[in-house]
Design a protein around this ligand. Structure first.
Ligand code: PLP
Length: 369
């Protein structure tokens, strides 16, 4: 058997009729960008999360940029951010000419270590980015408590966690502002790039709305209150996402069933294979990541048996060439470096069959036989 790490054809092929209809309808309508279909998606996200404000944007990275800018991040400001994450959580503050200040992650969960925040905080620190990663929730209650004590605003990067909850609060709404990504591989994956910013703070919502469209207020065209960007969402992607959002709970349920089966079966293999844990809450399963000291040998073993896997973030952020000027060296963030060395992602997507899931489990098990 061959199990692909991800199967776009299976995922989007199932929606062929919907996509054809949207191309015919939206593609000839003349209403292509930031029109009523984008508003409908914003309303649907508000309805599903309870957010007071939802601002649709071009992708999750732009959502981070705009959200940070709305919190006043710019030159002279420091942003506390995890040393192990997708590049955007560090590049977004850097692109705003702020300084990313790395904080180690908990190697058991992959998310920012709340108890490190006080030690890493600088006098210029204004914001902390808490990112949910893979299928692990960041410890939002602890992060919020630390942020309050340190006078920091919280940006909750929920790019991979729409539909999750921490302490009963929907992911994205535990901090001052949150973001989602609708990159095609995400649980709510679009037919193209897209993202969303959510907040219960009207000032943040208004500012994000302006910044995504050249600093205009949505009333007077060509009057620019702020320097903004063209980070708008396309109508065709929005319409697809609104249709798919209704199916998100069912997609999450299938992902959870697979994730929990992996947890149960791989948990039996002892310390050699450690599925990443999560802070408490209702997690959603995005990618399924395990830790193994023999990661590369395990990966080769699985590949020989037809199971594709993925390596996420083999170079932690503090050691990336683009951040060399920050002067970090190996050993600075042991949690991040452990994950860069040991993390391995197994296939997990709603379209997988039970037979494929069983095959992945048996292939992993055979490595340890
Ligand atoms: C944690 C995290 N933040 C932000 C992003 C950026 O989202 P996008 O790819 O839509 O720009 C991603 C994408 O993978 C992510 O995993």
């Amino acid at each position: 058997m061959r199990v692909a790490y991800f199967d776009y054809a299976r995922r989007f092929g199932a929606d062929a009729a919907l996509v054809k209809q949207l191309v015919a309808e939206v593609g000839t309508s003349g209403a292509f960008i930031l029109k009523h279909r984008v508003s409908e998606l914003e309303e649907a996200i508000k309805g599903q999360t309870g957010a007071a404000h939802a601002v649709a944007v071009s992708n999750g990275t732009d959502a981070l940029l705009i959200a940070l800018a709305s919190l006043g991040v710019g030159p002279g400001v420091d942003v506390l951010t995890p040393a192990f994450s997708f590049i955007s959580t560090a590049s977004a503050p850097a692109l705003l000419r702020a300084r990313p200040v790395f904080v180690d992650v908990n190697p058991d969960t992959g998310t920012i270590a709340a108890d490190e925040l006080a030690r890493r905080r600088t006098p210029e620190s204004k914001v902390v980015i808490a990112a949910h990663l893979f299928s692990s929730l960041a410890a939002m209650a602890e992060i919020q408590a630390a942020a309050r004590a340190l006078g920091l605003r919280v940006l909750e990067d929920s790019a991979v966690a729409l539909g999750a909850r921490t302490a009963g609060v929907p992911a994205g709404l535990a901090g001052d502002v949150g973001v989602y990504s609708f990159f095609p591989a995400k649980p709510l994956g679009g037919i193209g790039d897209a993202g969303m910013i959510v907040s219960n703070d009207a000032a943040i919502g208004d500012m994000c709305r302006r910044l995504r469209n050249h600093g205009q207020d949505g009333v007077t065209r060509f009057l620019h209150h702020h320097l903004g960007w063209n980070h708008r969402m396309d109508e065709i992607v929005a319409a697809y996402l609104t249709a798919k959002l209704a199916r998100l709970p069912a997609l999450h349920a299938r992902r959870r069933a697979i994730g929990e089966r992996y947890d149960a079966e791989l948990g039996k293999l002892g310390a050699a294979i450690r599925p990443l844990a999560s802070a408490p809450g209702e997690r959603v399963f995005y990618t399924y990541v395990i830790r193994s000291e023999r990661r590369d040998a395990l990966r080769a073993h699985l590949f020989e048996r037809g199971v594709e896997t993925q390596l996420y973030y083999t170079v932690p952020l503090h050691l990336q060439p683009c951040f060399a000027h920050l002067g970090h060296v190996a050993g600075d963030f042991p949690g991040a470096e452990t994950l860069a060395r040991e993390a391995l992602a197994l296939p997990l997507y709603a379209e997988m069959t039970d037979a494929e899931v069983d095959y992945v489990v048996s292939a992993v098990r055979s490595f340890h036989a």
